[in-house]
Design a protein around this ligand. Structure first.
Ligand code: GLY
Length: 377
């Protein structure tokens, strides 16, 4: 397993990207230090804080206060909550608001929210004035361990999720774990799927630690910070080695090919949250790997047991309103970015902690597997 973190190094993880390197600061109550961190990075900057209506209600005042304490003037840009804000219309609105607020190259955009806000504000920052600096202040577990780190920004196309975007690295990620206290339990649990992903893709010791400690992680405190820091460390290391996803970074898509298709079929709605789709997608990826003879069925069952124990969905029948049929799923899978010249790329596994990129998967085998899974109850 990744070496246990000492309290002293739990709080800062560096993403080593040369001149574009940045820190991820993790800890309870860190939001109060946001202003001083931004002032140190970009002296004299003003800031636009992009958030959604729910996040703004909980955390905007504290964020504005943290920035004001360091003498940073702010403008708030607030959009409706939910995946539907990852649209051209909302991107236009945010870009125009940044320009109207005279946010310039020496200023910063603060993305205060979950994955939707980070993706939307990050893309607006990439576009306005050909690139503004931005800071991620993730307010969901999913965003703290995954989407706020690594510089992927995007909106959705009618053809699928995240199909219009840019790589644009933030200059700082500040993950205040106390912000997760206001998160609905379903959202927290969904974000936990992305934590499990790190164990499954490359750290069997971390997965075993999660099996033993998930209750403490859900309760908050040191186990939560430890898990977030371990996840960020692993993501930072992968991004540093493969920023543009030419190879290894694709491992972070474990569960996402099946997951994105399920999410799209559920209309990107609360019928199936992103993390729930990823839990189902990881279950399917391990079961499919077992079916292909790549790993023992008992390993796939171990993954299912853990996800089910925390209350995440592991059966296609648990998609609210019912799952799509195999043909619709295959159609959605084919739209995914992980298709190269008609061949399907999946992240498969040889063991817990040993995932790999399989670039040439036979679509007929995937379809037959889905038909089998859809027949299960
Ligand atoms: N969420 C996958 C990645 O950042 O590459």
């Amino acid at each position: 397993m990744t070496a246990p973190l000492r309290a002293a190094d739990a709080s800062v993880v560096n993403v080593a990207l040369g001149a574009r390197s940045y820190d991820i600061i993790i800890g309870r109550g860190r939001l109060g230090s946001l202003g001083e961190k931004i002032a140190a990075l970009r002296p004299g900057a003003k800031a636009a804080i992009v958030s959604d209506e729910i996040v703004a209600r909980h955390h905007l005042a504290a964020t504005e206060a943290a920035l004001a304490a360091a003498g940073i003037g702010t403008t708030a840009v607030t959009v409706p909550a939910g995946e539907s804000s990852k649209s051209f219309a909302m991107l236009e609105r945010v870009c125009e608001a940044l320009i109207a607020a005279r946010i310039e190259r020496a200023d910063v955009v603060v993305a205060l929210g979950g994955g939707v806000i980070g993706d939307l504000a990050g893309l607006a920052a990439a576009l306005v004035r050909r690139g503004l600096d931005y800071v991620q202040v993730p307010t969901t577990l999913l965003a703290q361990v995954d989407s706020s780190v690594g510089g992927k920004t995007a909106i959705d196309s009618t053809h699928g999720k995240n199909l219009i975007g840019a790589f644009h690295q933030p200059v700082l990620v500040l993950a205040d774990t106390a912000l997760l206290d206001t998160l609905p339990e379903r959202q927290f649990r969904a974000g936990y799927a992305e934590v499990v992903k790190y164990g499954l893709l490359g750290d069997p010791g971390f997965f075993a630690w999660l099996e033993a400690n998930w209750r403490e992680l859900f309760a908050g405190g040191a186990a939560r910070e430890h898990a977030i820091a371990v996840s960020c460390r692993m993501k930072a290391a992968i991004v540093a080695r493969d920023e543009r996803e030419h190879g290894e970074r694709a491992l972070l898509n474990l569960g996402h090919t099946f997951g994105h298709a399920l999410e799209a079929a559920a209309g990107f709605s609360d019928r199936l949250l992103h993390g729930e789709a990823i839990a189902l997608g990881m279950t399917l990826a391990f079961a499919f790997s077992a079916k292909l003879g790549l790993l023992p069925r008992s390993e796939a069952e171990r993954v299912e047991r853990h996800l089910a124990a925390v209350g995440l969905p592991i059966h296609l029948s648990s998609v609210r309103g019912g799952p799509p049929d195999a043909d619709r799923l295959m159609e959605l899978i084919a739209q995914d970015k992980k298709v190269k010249r008609g061949r399907l790329t999946f992240i498969l596994a040889r063991a817990v902690g040993a995932s790999f990129v399989a670039p040439d998967v036979d679509a007929a085998e995937v379809r037959a597997f889905l038909v089998e899974k859809l027949a299960e109850r």
